[in-house]
Design a protein around this ligand. Structure first.
Ligand SMILES: [Zn+2]
Length: 146
């Protein structure tokens, strides 16, 4: 599939060398082979995943310390894929596989639901399961297909 230049370690090195600073913000996805992929923070998750299905997706922040590169913040914020926060488990194992130091869970969690009446993607806050556009009830169960 010609993904050589897209490998997370080389991509990460590229991002660090090209914008050397204390903190690095990026986009990530975990593909169906449980591999972590990282792209510039301005790129779309769907682009980062080459249009393929993912197990998780979101935003990631790296902090460069004297000793190592630490994942200082990570979220499941991807309106392209709307992953469940329960996808953390697969994200954690992909981060471990990449030899990164990471937090014990997503540092911010987003709850996404698709309105089954008007098809709007909603971010549910404070357990308020109502569509922001048409006010219909939103399902309690995650309802996006991978
Ligand atoms: Zn709606």
């Amino acid at each position: 599939m010609g993904r050589q230049n897209h490998n997370s370690t080389s991509q990460l090195t590229y991002i660090i060398l090209s914008n050397y600073r204390h903190r690095i913000f990026a986009t990530f996805i975990v593909d169906t082979d449980k591999q972590l992929w990282i792209a510039d923070r301005h790129s779309e998750h769907v682009q980062c995943a080459r249009g393929q299905a993912v197990l998780s997706a979101g935003k990631i922040t790296f902090t460069l310390t004297l000793l190592s590169l630490v994942v200082s913040a990570i979220t499941n914020q991807s309106t392209g894929y709307c992953p469940e926060s329960e996808s953390w488990k697969v994200v954690a194992s992909a981060l471990a596989e990449a030899n990164l130091v990471y937090p014990f869970d997503f540092t911010s969690k987003f709850v996404f639901r698709k309105c089954e009446v008007c098809s709007t993607t909603n971010i549910v806050k404070y357990d308020w399961f109502y569509c922001g556009v048409c006010d219909s009830n939103l399902p309690k169960e995650w309802n996006f297909d991978l």
